[in-house]
Write a protein that binds this ligand. Structure first.
Ligand code: ACO
Length: 378
């Protein structure tokens, strides 16, 4: 490969052929298996969307019921995993706790039968079922409390909020949370999905794949941005401060968190849906000055950077929604991971269908023929 073919960050280089999702960054279109994100947010549920992503078609009614039933049945995590979490430092980030716990699942359930559809389905069910339980469990364990057991009478989103707050959530909040999960479930060849595909290509187990993707999602340029958006809005503090704040960031050439995207050059369609959900939530629970700050921020950034295609991304409004629901800021990225497990597993399954281990090349730009220098002569 010639030097001119090299693109830093692999920008624009296809890393896989995929039927799972499609983004048109100029038109602001996102589709899962050909279905628009707007239609799924309007009419689907997270588990139905996860099924669609992983198996490629909408489930029949009985298939969906079985899927939901099996996920409900497998929600509990082994006490040894909960005990392991008790050894984690309470100051540790929940993404690190999740990465370690996801990897630990592989100690209990591994041994790969990757050509067996029953093994694949069981791993999908376990991961979708247990990841939310582990996120909620660490939240209680780090405060010195016992985790709340899952509630079989509640659906996926409501059960997670219940495990977090020990209280059955308002149906509107649970519904909004479920839509947030749909919006975060998949997004083509982003960094964590790429990481999941690379790990899948070695034919390792799905728990290792999810652990590696969780580690990748944790970074502030990827899933971690939603936390930083909230810190930024808190730091701004008032609508009047937005303009000077944005200008001072731009003067320092600093990034504005929650804005910009490698693919979207218009407003991320997920941000548009999330903004509407935020409005519904604030109508129900009462206003929030941070929403007003965010709207002003969108206006100012569009004015300063819109000509460069820098608009709000999915992380800009999701944090506001979770914050208003009373969810701690450092759980925002683990919640992103709960949703994205669906996409990672869809890519795992697709990778297995036509696998070849990832082994890109590099362009060596280092030295040659350097002499070895004995330590006393350095
Ligand atoms: N604020 C200010 N300037 C920006 C921003 C931003 N948020 N995003 C891009 N730019 C500018 C860059 O400074 C750069 O300017 P330059 O050409 O003068 O150096 C130019 O736009 C291109 O930026 P890159 O970072 O090279 O674009 P890239 O496609 O690599 O980055 C990314 C995309 C990482 C998302 C970037 O926009 C960013 O860092 N945003 C803030 C973090 C964020 O919100 N991440 C969440 C992304 S969504 C997700 O992962 C789920």
């Amino acid at each position: 490969m010639a030097v001119c073919d090299y693109q830093i960050g692999l920008e624009g280089i296809p890393a896989a052929q995929s039927k799972i999702s499609h983004v048109d960054g100029q038109e602001g279109i996102l589709e899962y298996r050909g279905v628009s994100i707007q239609a799924l947010a309007q009419s689907s549920s997270f588990l139905e969307t996860a099924y669609l992503l992983i198996w490629g078609d909408f489930p029949q009614e009985a298939e969906l019921e079985d899927f939901k039933h099996d996920i409900t049945y497998h929600r509990r995590v082994k006490y040894r995993i909960r005990d392991m979490m008790k050894c984690f430092p309470e100051s540790g980030h929940p993404m690190d706790a999740l990465q370690a716990s996801a990897a630990a699942l592989g100690l209990f359930y591994s041994r790969r039968a990757l050509d067996d559809p029953a093994y694949i389905r069981a791993a999908v069910v376990r991961l979708l079922a247990k990841i939310p339980t582990m996120v909620a469990a660490f939240q209680h364990i780090r405060k010195g409390n016992d985790p709340i057991q899952p509630c079989d009478d509640l659906d996926y989103a409501a059960n997670f909020l219940y495990m977090l707050n020990e209280q059955t959530p308002d149906p509107l909040l649970a519904h909004i949370f479920d839509i947030c999960l749909i919006l975060h479930a998949e997004h083509t060849m982003n960094a964590s999905t790429f990481s999941a595909r690379v790990t899948s290509s070695t034919l390792t187990d799905p728990y290792a794949i999810v652990a590696s993707a969780v580690g990748t999602l944790a970074g502030p340029l990827h899933g971690g941005a939603n936390e930083e958006v909230i810190s930024m809005l808190e730091e701004i503090g008032s609508v009047e401060n937005v303009q000077p704040y944005v200008d001072s960031l731009l003067a320092r050439k600093a990034k504005i968190m929650g804005f910009g995207h490698r693919v979207y050059k218009v407003k991320d369609p997920r941000a548009t849906i999330l903004q509407k959900l935020a409005e519904q939530l604030f109508d129900k629970l009462g206003g929030d000055k941070y929403y007003d700050i965010a709207v002003e921020m969108e206006r100012v950034v569009a004015d300063r950077l819109g000509h460069r295609g820098i608009y709000p991304n999915v992380d800009f409004y999701s944090g506001l929604v979770y914050r208003r629901m009373g969810i701690p800021t450092d759980l925002f990225t683990p919640i992103f991971a709960i949703a994205r497990v669906a996409g990672w597993l869809a890519h795992w399954k697709e990778q297995l269908e036509a696998n070849r281990i990832y082994r890109p090349s590099q362009i060596y730009i280092g030295d040659h023929n350097r002499p070895y220098i004995p330590i006393e002569e350095r």
